[in-house]
Design a protein around this ligand. Structure first.
Ligand SMILES: Nc1nc2c(ncn2[C@@H]2O[C@H](COP(=O)(O)OP(=O)(O)OP(=O)(O)O)[C@@H](O)[C@H]2O)c(=O)[nH]1
Ligand SMILES: [Mg+2]
Length: 297
């Protein structure tokens, strides 16, 4: 019922006045929020995608490749750089946190080293949400792709990351968690990366889509991971065969827990470099955001 009303609001909103939006709504939270959102922003829906992952896994290049992909599908899309420490980016961000938070100034002003300045900068992002929101709104995009800092802990484990993902206005949000295929050299490494991913998922509490990047660079590793993702019990088997002693007990029980909770499933192989897998990634995002409905754009 809730989703029925939700669709009605989206479908008819360009033709109806704001009072009627409210008339059409149930008191269900989602529909009411949608109405308020449309009334306040004058826009329909914005889909926000936060790209998160370990340092160097390809977040920034994926941001660039995904933007190109959405543009090729005639969607309006913008990129937002949330990494105050980014020295160079493979794309020109439409909105850039570096305009508001300058780590070089912070180092000088507070006599901090680069890491201290990055931590302070990450915390300061929370104070600039309004400016970021205004910048984003000025584009009226359908999709907003957020490229997050290289050091995953700055975004996922400082309170500012969760605050930002909660405060930024968007009808639907998702976290695209990027695995680096290059690092998945054996089942134990893949398991430790999956534990990190599950911890970030718990921390940010966003709808979660796991992606394995750099499949062009590490086809052998990618093949194994895809097998573990499609048949998760093979991960438990492979760990049982390769881990020894105390490690065996710990790895096996952790693998079992992740598999039982369906955490290993649904990994999407992509290459930000060759754009391989973008079709599947886009389909998975559509499923996540719209429950599989085709876009009206
Ligand atoms: N071959 C290949 N190289 C990739 C791929 N994705 C990223 N790279 C390369 O990996 C390096 C790191 O990519 P970035 O996009 O900067 O990674 P990042 O996660 O944004 O890095 P940080 O922000 O520093 O954490 C660059 O040299 C990219 O060109 C990929 O799918 N295939
Ligand atoms: Mg980056």
């Amino acid at each position: 019922m809730d989703s029925f009303w939700f669709k009605q609001v989206i479908l008819y909103s360009p033709l109806l006045g704001s009072q009627i939006y409210f008339g059409n709504c149930t008191k269900e939270t989602k529909a009411a929020t949608t109405c308020l959102y449309i009334r306040q922003t004058g826009r329909l829906l914005v889909y926000s995608i936060f790209i998160v992952g370990t340092a160097g896994c390809g977040k920034s290049l994926l941001t660039h490749t995904m933007k190109d992909w959405f543009i090729s599908k005639s969607s309006s899309v913008i990129t937002v750089n949330l990494d105050p420490g980014a020295e160079s980016l493979p794309y020109q961000p439409d909105v850039d946190i570096r305009l508001y938070v300058d780590i070089h100034q912070l180092m000088e002003k507070y006599q901090l080293g680069p890491n201290g300045a990055l931590v302070l900068a990450a915390d300061m992002i929370a104070t600039r949400v309004e400016e970021l929101q205004n910048d984003i709104d000025s584009y009226s995009p359908d999709y907003v792709i957020f490229d997050t800092p290289g050091q995953i802990e700055l975004f996922a484990y400082r309170p500012s990351g969760e605050f930002l993902t909660r405060q930024l206005e968007s009808e639907e949000k998702a976290m695209l968690y990027v695995y680096d295929a290059w690092l998945c050299t054996n089942p134990q490494n893949f398991l430790s990366l999956s534990l990190l991913a599950s911890s970030v998922k718990l921390r940010l509490k966003l709808p979660f889509l796991p992606v394995m990047n750099k499949v062009d660079l590490a086809p052998g590793e990618a093949k194994n991971v895809i097998r573990w993702s499609k048949e998760p019990e093979t991960l438990v088997d492979d760990i049982s065969e390769t881990a020894r002693g105390e490690d065996h007990t710990l790895y096996s029980s952790l693998a079992q827990a992740l598999v039982e909770n369906e955490f290993i499933e649904g990994l999407i192989p992509v290459s930000a470099s060759t754009a391989e897998g973008m079709e599947d990634l886009s389909g998975a995002l559509t499923m996540l955001f719209r429950g599989g409905e085709e876009s009206d754009e």
